[in-house]
Design a protein around this ligand. Structure first.
Ligand SMILES: [Zn+2]
Length: 139
């Protein structure tokens, strides 16, 4: 999908999020986990909120989860989204436990349901950036 013109704002990876975006480019959902106690760090932090360890590791997640919550955006807050509304924003609870904010694709907004099983898809929005979105399992 890199030949399309993507007009929406694109996140810029920093030192802390670079492994996440590099993983997305390689079709892997990467999450940060505490090396001492196993607690996930979502979003990434310097210290574990459970044991205060500074030790962590990037781990490939399953890419599967369920739709925890969602909304449909009808209001245009940024000019770049004029052609995108109405669009969904979703809170996906991964099988590993962490929740992340994303979009659901491959499904009409009207068909979105809380708890529906979803899986990660990787959207190459530019030559440099791949976004992680989710689709219903089997879509
Ligand atoms: Zn910990």
């Amino acid at each position: 999908m890199t030949d399309r013109e993507y007009k929406l704002p694109v996140p810029v990876a920093d030192d802390e999020s670079e492994p996440f975006y590099r993983g997305a480019k390689e079709r892997k959902l990467m999450l940060l986990r505490c090396s001492s106690c196993g607690t996930w760090r979502m979003p990434g932090r310097d210290r574990c909120v459970d044991c205060w360890s500074e030790e962590s590791e990037w781990v490939q997640a399953s890419g599967r989860g369920k739709l925890y919550s969602f909304g449909i955006m009808h209001q245009q807050y940024h000019p770049a989204f004029a052609d995108a509304i109405p669009y969904n924003y979703a809170y996906v609870e991964l099988d590993e436990g962490p929740r992340l904010i994303t979009n659901i694709v491959g499904c009409p907004n009207e068909a979105l349901r809380v708890d529906m099983p979803v899986e990660a898809v990787y959207d190459d929005v530019s030559a440099e950036t791949t976004l992680v979105r989710f689709r219903p399992v089997g879509a």
